[in-house]
Design a protein around this ligand. Structure first.
Ligand SMILES: [Zn+2]
Length: 109
């Protein structure tokens, strides 16, 4: 995982490559994980969408090489940090049958 990085347009551009996919954590400060997410198409674009809300000040990210790995990573962080701004468990793409990798999770079976 890379971070914490200040959550600004310039620092996103500096840290994340255009074609990177993966998972990310957003924080409102004090290194608290307030939101986790992923992008299977463009991590950079997704982060910039969040930037428009103006409520987060730091982020972390990790790149992966497949959409499934991005989902797994998001699930692991979701369970590890219980981020308050995530209302729902990480979603699977329509038509997929992916299972959460975290044992005991209702979405793991
Ligand atoms: Zn789960």
């Amino acid at each position: 995982m890379i971070g914490p990085i200040s959550f600004t347009d310039a620092d996103i551009d500096k840290s994340v490559k255009d074609k990177d996919i993966g998972a990310y954590i957003l924080s409102k400060g004090n290194n608290v994980a307030n939101y986790v997410g992923r992008s299977d198409s463009s991590l950079k674009q997704r982060l910039k969408q969040h930037l428009q809300n103006g409520i987060y000040t730091q982020f972390w990210f990790e790149t992966v090489t497949s959409a499934l790995d991005a989902y797994y990573l998001e699930c692991q962080w979701y369970h590890k940090y219980s981020p308050k701004d995530n209302e729902n468990h990480p979603a699977i793409p329509p038509g997929s049958a992916w299972k959460c990798p975290v044992a005991g999770c209702p979405y793991s079976t």
